[in-house]
Every structure is written in structure tokens, then in C-alpha cells.
Design a protein around this ligand. Structure first.
Ligand SMILES: *Cc1c(COP(=O)(O)O)cnc(C)c1O
Length: 468
């Protein structure tokens, strides 16, 4: 299995090469050269498997034998063994035809653990095999950072430097990152927005000498291995609800477009996913794109769902590449104009292809609180603000055919956003016992201005062990 860049100007790589590289050298994102397709009989054969076995079998379709399926199975068992639920990602019915796929039972209580726990294992395996080390740099709006830190803490071949926007993550999110005092973990609070953090990470990757010197690697959702590791849970839910013999729809509270892209990939592999619903908060660039082909950057506004406070959804480039018929030159030109002008010129026919499958839904903070209240009142279900947006989007945009169930990606545990949940319901969800002392733990972080030079200097300081 080979991977190519969406911008067409980087060498093709195998799965392990893509895992370590993250972003392609030409600034593009890696995509499989062709999509693995499963027959209906093959999908049926996956029904009822325990989650780690399903994950290993589907991941093997993307690794081309390295790692092989037995190694993937060992990793998946280790990755998901520590989850707080025996089903890994339980599917809970919330109302007729609407199901919550709970992706938040991992160590940091958000769906990022589903991919990141496996990624930690994959990195370890590949680096050990090659006798190499890496410096992982990442930008986080809250949940990626803690998931990466939990997955990589105390791993000898990896240094981790995570940038988060100062004061724009929840206290639980921040503490989950800054209270990990392992010597290979470093947190930088950037005086800026999440998009600023993401731009800094991209700039570090585009600085070729620096990238080489630090042996930079990424675990942001631009890393293909993360997308691949998010495909199995959509398959798990769809198979449980009758796929491939019954169509389903999926609703995903969306920020960087990684999670919903994984659902698109599951569809591309042959699962009958009829519709992909994208939930947004007031940072609604994707919803505006779907409504009126208006992909224009408007600046980030804080909301009750901070993990979706994003204007530039990096993974959208992967869908764009497909919408443009895999024309890498056209993708590169479109992305260059987007960067220069703040508005993405998507041809009308490509936009129409997107709207045939994707539906967007925007929900205000007030609407989000109302939805949390409604779910609690009508179904005794406690949802965090991100999940609530996915639920509201599902009800607003579900297919007319009520025989098609909607799978809502429940992306965070309600205890991760206790203030919003308490405001809506009067109930303050407690942290699970393994995190109960989070507010008492010591924190460690560095605050820096939004400026590349200073950030690179800090990374160099932290990663010194790699150069030695
Ligand atoms: C990261 C995150 C999202 C957004 O996911 P993307 O893959 O970036 O679209 C939504 N909800 C929560 C809780 C998250 O942590």
C-alpha cells in the first residue's frame, strides 16, 4: 500500500513512512494511492468481533503488511485494554433511530484516545525497529494534546512538544496536559488562537533544516495513521446496526475534519453510509461551505465546544483532493489561493458533489445548552457540549427514511466539560475515579508569544536529547 501527497510534489511512501512523516514535504497530506474495498460478505464477516480485533483487521488494509495483522492485534489489545468500558466504544440508543457512539472511554475522556493510543504503540514499534527517535510537535485546541501526551508519556524514543492556545482550553483539558510531568513531555501555551498554534506547527514542518535537525513528526489529525485508526469505530457501529445490509447515517461534531473524514473513508471502503452530517458551533466555516460554497476564514470565536473552535479544517484538503478527481496540481493551487486570499475557490461541480453527501448544521452556545438539557430531560442522557451539537445536527438533518439509523459520534465525556453540563442540567458530572485528583496535581508549562523563532528555540531546547 503506497501513499501519495494531495499536492503531488512529494515522494510516495509506505504506511510506516507516512506515520513518521505526518505532513508531506510539499505541504500536502498523504492519501492511499487507491482505496481498499471490502465486499458485503467481507463486511458481514466482521460483525460481532471484539473492538481490538475489528480494528486490527481494518488497519491491516492500510498497512500493507508492515506492521502485519498479528502485530496490529497485539497493539490494539494494548491500546484499548486500559479503556473504562469493556466494549471500548459502546453504542447507546438515545431516541428512536438515533444512537450515541461513545468514543470517550479512554484515558483522556475524548475520542482522540481511540486513534492516539494506537498511534503511541505504532510509533514505538516502528522507531524501535529502525533504531530512530523523533520529536513530536502538535497543536491542540484541547483534546489532541492530552491524548498525544497520554499515548507517548515515558516512551524513550519520543519527545513531545504540544502547543495550545493560552486560556482557550477548559481547565480539565489543560490540566490533563500540564500535569504529566514525564521528562519527555513539554507544554507550550501560545498567546494566540488554535489556528495560530496550527500555523506555527505547519511553519516548523515547512522549515526543512529545522524539521530534519529535530526529526519532527506529527500526531495531529493530518497524520494518516490517525484517520485510519478512526475508521474501525464507524464500522463497528454500522455493523451493529445492520450494515452492510442496511444503510446508516453518521453525525459528527466537527473541527479539523479528521473524524468525519474517517467516516467518509469507511464509506469509501464499501460501508453503506448514506449521509454525513457535520455539526458546528459558531465557528461554522464548513457549514457555510455546504450551504453556499462559501469557504472563507472569519476568525475564531470561543464557544462552549472549544475543540471545535477552528476556522481552517486541515483535513478538508483530503476531501478536496477527492472532489477534484485526485488532481494534485489543482488541489495545490486551490490551497495556495485559500492561504493567500482567505477564501477557497471550490468549483461548482465539486461543491455539488460534496453537498450530495454532506449536510452541515450550526448550533449556538444557547442551542447547545438547550440540547444538553433536552437530552437529559427526554432520555436521561448526559452529553458534553460537542456531543450535544452532533445530536442536534442528527435530528435536524437525518434522512427522511426513518429506517436509516443515525450514528452520532459522542466525542467527549460530560465530565470533561462540567461547567456547561451543570449549567444546562444542574448536574455536575464527576470525573471517573482514575482522574479524581486532577485538580490537585502539579502543573508544568511555558507561556510564549505567537512567534515562530521563539517557539523553534523552545522545541530545540526540549529536543536536545534527540540531537545528542
Ligand atoms: C477533536 C474534537 C472534535 C473535532 O474533531 P475533528 O476530527 O477535529 O473534526 C470534536 N469534539 C471533541 C470533544 C474533540 O476533542
Amino acid at each position: 500500500m503506497r501513499y501519495v501527497s494531495t499536492r503531488g510534489d512529494a515522494p510516495a511512501r509506505d504506511f510506516e513512512g507516512v506515520l513518521l512523516a505526518g505532513l508531506a514535504e510539499d505541504g500536502g497530506l498523504f492519501m492511499p494511492e487507491s482505496w481498499p474495498l471490502l465486499s458485503a460478505a467481507e463486511w458481514r464477516g466482521l460483525r460481532g468481533l471484539p473492538y481490538p480485533e475489528l480494528a486490527a483487521q481494518l488497519m491491516a488494509r492500510f498497512t500493507g503488511g508492515a506492521p502485519d495483522e498479528a502485530t496490529l492485534l497485539r497493539m490494539a489489545r494494548a491500546a484499548y485494554g486500559g479503556f473504562g468500558h469493556a466494549a471500548t466504544a459502546p453504542l447507546v440508543q438515545v431516541e428512536p433511530g438515533i444512537f450515541s457512539l461513545e468514543l470517550f472511554h479512554g484515558p483522556t475522556l475524548a475520542f482522540k484516545d481511540m486513534a492516539m493510543q494506537l498511534l503511541g504503540q505504532l510509533f514505538d514499534h516502528v522507531l524501535e525497529k529502525r533504531g530512530e527517535r523523533v520529536t513530536i510537535v502538535g497543536a491542540t485546541s484541547g483534546d489532541t494534546g492530552s491524548a498525544a501526551i497520554e499515548a507517548c508519556r515515558d516512551r524513550g524514543a519520543i519527545d513531545v512538544v504540544i502547543l495550545h492556545p493560552e486560556g482557550r482550553t477548559s481547565e480539565v483539558q489543560r490540566r490533563q496536559m500540564t500535569t504529566v510531568l514525564s521528562s519527555n513531555i513539554h507544554n507550550i501555551a501560545v498567546q494566540g488562537s488554535f489556528d495560530d498554534c496550527q500555523d506555527l506547527v505547519k511553519a516548523m514542518f515547512n522549515d526543512a533544516p529545522f524539521r530534519q535537525e529535530m526529526r519532527l513528526s506529527a500526531v495531529n489529525s493530518i497524520n494518516w495513521a490517525r484517520i485510519a485508526a478512526q475508521v474501525p469505530y464507524y464500522a463497528y457501529a454500522a455493523l451493529a446496526l445492520g450494515a452492510p445490509d442496511r444503510p446508516v447515517a453518521v453525525s459528527v461534531p466537527t473541527g479539523n475534519f479528521g473524524n468525519v473524514l474517517a467516516a467518509w473513508v469507511a464509506r469509501r471502503m464499501g460501508l453503506p453510509i448514506e449521509r454525513l452530517i457535520i455539526g458546528a458551533n459558531r465557528n461554522d466555516i464548513l457549514a457555510r461551505f455546504l450551504a453556499a460554497n462559501d469557504m472563507s476564514v472569519q476568525g475564531v470565536a470561543p464557544s462552549l465546544s472549544p475543540s471545535m473552535d477552528i476556522q481552517v479544517s486541515s483535513n478538508f484538503e483530503r476531501l478536496l483532493f477527492e472532489l477534484l478527481g485526485r488532481d494534485a496540481a489543482a488541489t495545490a493551487a486551490t490551497m495556495r489561493r485559500f492561504r493567500a486570499e482567505g477564501r477557497m475557490p471550490v468549483p461548482d461541480d465539486a461543491w455539488r458533489r460534496a453537498t450530495a453527501l454532506f449536510h452541515g448544521h450550526t448550533l449556538s452556545d444557547e442551542g447547545t445548552l438547550e440540547e444538553i438539557r433536552r437530552l437529559h430531560r427526554d432520555s436521561a442522557y448526559l452529553a458534553d457540549p460537542h456531543t450535544a451539537i452532533g445530536m442536534a445536527a442528527a435530528r435536524a438533518h437525518r434522512p427522511e427514511d426513518r429506517g436509516i439509523p443515525v450514528i452520532v459520534a459522542a466525542t467527549a465525556h460530560p465530565a470533561k466539560f462540567p461547567d456547561a453540563v451543570e449549567k444546562a442540567t444542574g448536574i455536575r458530572p464527576p470525573l471517573p475515579p482514575r482522574l479524581a485528583d486532577l485538580y490537585q496535581r502539579e502543573e508544568r508549562l511555558t507561556v510564549l508569544p505567537n512567534e515562530l523563532e521563539g517557539i523553534e528555540a523552545a522545541v530545540r531546547g526540549h529536543a536536545r536529547r534527540n540531537a545528542a
